[in-house]
Write a protein that binds this ligand. Structure first.
Ligand SMILES: [Zn+2]
Length: 516
């Protein structure tokens, strides 16, 4: 018997074997059980999430005389015929190669005839977004009045390209990207059945590379098994075959930047380059690596969020012992900027090297500034001289609130990026209140309060009493103060005075209050 690709061999045969799409399969099973099936469905989702597999299972289940709980029996004649592709009850059409109006007209002719076996003719149109406009119009005519024995299942990776008139006639199901853990679990089952020896770490890695597509994961496993022969499939082997740089490589580069070891950085980049790695891909993977590192350093139980093996998370945790949170943020900013910069770069390797050198030298600069020296003392003196400015009055606070956007803009990264979601809000006449989205941002700002204060005073030329609050704290405070002011008796004199002021203001006369 000829070799059958794993993804064909392990195609799900009933709804319960479909991985990660319970929200779709359960609904379809219920519809079949209750006999309330629709005449047109649209299955959307990235490649390899099971759109056509689910469609074929559905075609069997609606026709199978012995269906069990909405699943096909897989034993009867109809089930077997649909599985082997010889049935007239399930007709698969690839719209990528049959996208003309004539192809759809043919279908319109065919649908008139009732099936000789089973209840329904199920037309599965894959890549339906490829149909021409006239073909869509022809399809619309059938969908407007579908014969009772016909069901259309349209499958697409690009739902936004489907005309609204078609969309409105279909019951839509979105198939999700399959989580890495589920893919790894399914791969483990396959390797067990196939008696393939494999490390768990290797399976997790294959799963993470497949980007939510079961088909890609199985194809990848196929390739790797073909390469490994009878040897046990290891993580290292997968890395070698796929040609991606290991997390360890990223970690080493970050360590070297952190230790300002420029020559090692350059050597590593050279090695990656010589191994045929695409520099642009390297940079975007570095951004992802740093993002994971940031999550590990700020969240206690990060395993679930990261969808990573415990081993990898442990490795990241070790790195956060050496590299501080602020530095990780700084690196992310730099590499994210680099990512867009090298998109059209003809010499990406050089640009990457320059960035690494700059980052490593930046570390030197930071170190220097941490050591008190004469220059620094001078700076402090300068700052204290600068400090002799007027204290902010209530109108200065109002002005400050208006100017917060400009102040944020004037800050340097990484502080600038941390301030993105902050707002200056009115709190009282004495303090300049900055509201942060959460506690992480607030504590970051607390650590950098002097930098922020200096920036504010630089721009507004007044000395402010700064108050940091989280959104929640601010809202609570405001609610409390509203409640207490509601309980207070309105001040009659104040009201009268206001009226007098307003009256005179109309004539351009400013009224000044004299305190008794
Ligand atoms: Zn059956």
């Amino acid at each position: 018997m000829s070799y059958k690709a794993l993804y064909r061999k392990y195609r799900p045969q009933n709804f319960d074997e479909v991985i990660g799409q319970e929200h779709v399969t359960e609904t379809l099973k219920n519809q079949i059980k209750s006999g309330r099936v629709s005449h047109a469905y649209l299955f959307c989702g990235i490649r390899g999430t099971g759109k056509t597999s689910v469609a074929k299972i559905f075609a069997k289940a609606v026709n199978c005389p012995d269906s069990i709980e909405g699943n096909p029996c897989l034993k009867c004649e109809i089930c077997n015929e649909i599985s082997s592709g010889s049935s007239m009850n399930a007709i698969e059409i690839d719209a990528a190669s049959n996208n003309g109006v004539d192809n759809i007209r043919e279908i319109r002719e065919e649908v008139k005839y009732v099936p000789t076996k089973g209840k329904y003719k199920v037309y599965i149109i894959d890549e339906v977004h490829m149909l021409s406009t006239s073909a869509f119009n022809a399809l619309l005519k059938v969908l407007e009045e579908p014969p009772s024995h016909v069901i259309f299942i349209l499958a697409t990776t690009e739902a936004q390209k489907i005309p609204a008139t078609i969309l409105s006639r279909c019951q839509r199901f979105d198939l999700k990207r399959i989580p890495i853990k589920s893919i790894a679990g399914a791969l483990a089952n396959v390797t067990l059945k196939e008696e393939i020896k494999v490390e768990e770490k290797a399976l997790n890695y294959i799963a993470s590379l497949s980007d939510g597509s079961m088909r890609d994961a199985l194809s990848l496993l196929d390739q790797i098994v073909a390469f490994s022969g009878d040897e046990k499939v290891t993580h290292k082997m997968v890395l070698d075959i796929i040609g991606t740089v290991d997390n360890k490589m990223f970690a080493d580069i970050i360590k070297n930047i952190n230790e300002k070891n420029i020559s090692n950085c350059i050597e590593q980049i050279n090695e990656i380059y010589l191994n045929g790695k695409d520099m642009k891909q390297f940079v975007s993977q570095m951004v992802e690596f740093l993002r994971n590192l940031l999550i590990v350093s700020s969240i206690h139980d990060s395993e679930d969020i990261l969808d990573m093996s415990t081993e990898s998370v442990e490795e990241l945790k070790q790195l956060t012992q050496i590299v501080s949170y602020d530095k990780i943020l700084e690196y992310i900013n730099e590499f994210a900027a680099l990512e867009s910069k090298i998109k059209y770069d003809s010499q990406p390797k050089i640009t990457v090297e320059i960035t690494l050198i700059r980052l490593a030298s930046l570390e030197v600069r930071v170190r220097m500034s941490e050591v008190p020296n004469e220059k620094k003392v001078e700076q402090v003196k300068k700052q204290s001289v600068k400090k002799i400015i007027d204290k902010a009055l209530p109108e200065d606070i109002k002005q400050g609130i208006k100017m917060w956007k400009d102040i944020k803009e004037a800050c340097a990264n990484p502080l600038k990026s941390m301030l993105v979601d902050t707002e200056a809000k009115y709190y009282n006449n004495k303090s300049y209140c900055i509201v942060c989205s959460d506690n992480i941002i607030k504590s970051y700002m607390e650590k950098n309060i002097n930098v922020i204060k200096n920036k504010i005073e630089d721009i507004l030329k007044k000395e402010y009493n700064i108050k940091l609050m989280t959104k929640e704290e601010y809202e609570n405070e405001m609610r409390n103060s509203n409640e207490s002011s509601e309980n207070e008796e309105p001040n009659k004199d104040d009201e009268d005075m206001k009226n007098v002021e307003e009256f005179f203001n109309k004539f351009g006369v400013k009224v000044e209050r004299i305190e008794n």
